[in-house]
Design a protein. Structure first.
Length: 307
DNA sequence: TCCATTTGACCCCT
DNA sequence: AGGGGTCAAATGGA
């Protein structure tokens, strides 16, 4: 949603951004990251409230507020994406590639067309293990695993050679229905304090991310039945909008050996999105991405992170 | 029954 | 040959 205006604002010659001192750009990034962190915290609060208020005005308003925060998160993500792919001279090309990809990706919204128009990054019939990949469009280290406003689905995890921790692989939920090529890797790179490296590849072209706007319009339309209907069809567990679904937990065995992949073990160390570690038995009710982690624990831990 | 996650296996690249 | 990325069957939760 934010992408198009930003694309238009980037000149083809030397951009205004490029002329700014690097420390100023760095400050801009920090501001954006701070805003995104704040939005994440606010979202946590709203998710908690959504879970406890299923009736009355709050039950109707909270989903709207929650959805608005997701839009804010997406805006931060997209802005950071564009900003981070413009770090130095060598990235200029990446920047324009980014813009071209986003622009052309509009064509991919028709699932019928994706075989032809979305070949650039992922072939529709991609062969297993074919992993030739462009340079990352954005790499970010963070002390917490936070939302970026998009819905991700985990498709694999693996121990890598020089890493102490598992790397998790996520693709956009709309990869197959809308041909969205966006993927990301999340790798824990440091134990204490916890540090995660999220690497984004490709860009979202899924129009579903805009569906919130449609829903909001529907909700606020003069048709009150729509409004009520919206409320009913907007549960927190709806995968399309569930914040917790967006970044499933990274499951890391407490005692992983030399195996390349996650061994079967009864003891797992689960890292939730909020950078807090929980121990669960594999045979217990596993905390799904959208539940089981008590908010007060989560929120408490979040507060810890933000001092 | 559907959908997300797990995980062993496959395959490309270096 | 080995590492890294992805696939897809198995599994489990809702």
């Amino acid at each position: 949603m934010l992408v198009s205006p930003m694309i238009q604002s980037v000149p083809h010659s030397k951009s205004a951004m490029e002329n700014q001192p690097s420390n100023r750009r760095k400050a801009m990034k920090e501001e954006l990251v701070e805003g995104r962190d704040a939005a994440n915290q606010l979202l946590e609060i709203l998710v908690c409230k959504s879970n406890t208020h299923h009736e009355g005005v709050e039950g109707l308003v909270l989903p709207f507020a929650e959805d608005l925060i997701r839009k804010v998160l997406r805006s931060f993500t997209n802005t950071l994406l564009l900003l981070n792919t413009h770090n130095d001279g060598s990235d200029e090309e990446v920047m324009y590639t980014t813009i071209k990809n986003v622009s052309s990706s509009v064509k991919c919204t028709n699932p019928e067309d994706k075989n032809e128009s979305c070949k650039g990054f992922f072939n529709a019939k991609r062969r297993r293990g074919c992993h030739k990949r462009n340079a990352p469009t954005w790499e970010k280290d963070s002390s917490i695993l936070m939302e970026d406003g998009y819905v991700w689905r985990k498709y694999g995890q693996k121990m890598t050679m020089n890493a102490k921790y598992l790397r998790s692989y996520y693709r956009c939920t709309h990869k197959y229905n809308e041909g969205c090529p966006a993927i990301k890797h999340v790798q824990r790179i440091q134990e204490d304090p916890p540090l995660y490296r999220t690497t984004y590849y490709g860009h979202h072209n899924c129009k579903t991310s805009l569906s919130s706007e449609i829903m909001l319009e529907s909700a606020f339309s003069s048709d009150s039945s729509m409004f009520l209907s919206f409320s009913d069809t907007f549960p927190i567990k709806d995968h399309s909008f569930s914040s917790m679904k967006e970044e499933p937990m990274e499951v890391i065995p407490e005692d992983y050996g030399v195996h390349n992949q996650l061994p079967s073990s009864d003891n797992y160390l689960l890292l939730c999105d909020y950078g807090h570690d929980y121990n669960y038995s594999r045979h217990d009710t596993k905390p799904s991405s959208s539940e089981s982690v008590q908010f007060d624990e989560v929120y408490g831990s979040s507060l810890d992170f933000y001092g």
